[in-house]
Write a protein of this length. Structure first.
Length: 170
């Protein structure tokens, strides 16, 4: 397994008010990318998570692990295939055991290099995710962490609302 040229510092939290978060994002001139109806299908791997995400905006296969470090999670990405072919998807089902599914409606905002997701799950729980992403080696991991944690403060996310590793744990 080799790491890709991809750095990502992220955090996820329960969100008390998507309306407040959206107003804050609007005041910061974040771009609304759109609303994605996503299904994340997870497969068993020895390390991290292997996921096929399919939605009306984002479609990808990714294998990654997240490690909690200094108030956020550093993502180590082993695979990141955007718009996978039907053959790649079939390969997942033939080579790996499916272990779970998460469905959500995700509002996606961008404030480069930050992506902010407002997620609404079928059980009516709401979450927010902040990702500081670098695919071009423009930022250090510490700079990404600072950007992620600064946005956490802007959106008034408390430490008690943080959740580790996402909505699906295996």
């Amino acid at each position: 397994m080799t790491n890709l040229n991809y750095k990502d510092i992220a955090l996820k939290a329960r969100c008390k008010s998507h309306e407040f978060a959206e107003a804050q994002l609007h005041s910061l001139a974040a771009t609304f990318v759109g609303e994605d109806r996503q299904t994340d299908e997870y497969f068993y791997v020895d390390i991290g998570k292997l996921k096929w995400r399919h939605g009306n905006i984002e479609n990808l296969i990714t294998h990654y692990e997240r490690r909690v470090e200094d108030g956020a999670e550093r993502t180590i990405v082993y695979r990141y295939d955007v718009d996978p072919t039907q053959e790649m998807i079939q390969e997942l089902f033939s080579e790996y055991k499916q272990i779970g599914v998460v469905k959500k409606v995700r509002k996606i905002y961008s404030l480069s290099p930050l992506k902010i997701h407002l997620d609404h799950l079928p059980n009516d729980t709401r979450f927010i995710e902040i990702e500081a992403i670098d695919r071009t080696n423009q930022f250090t991991t510490e700079e990404l962490r600072t950007l992620c944690l600064s946005m956490k403060e802007e959106l008034q996310i408390s430490d008690s609302d943080l959740i580790a590793t996402g909505y699906f744990t295996n």
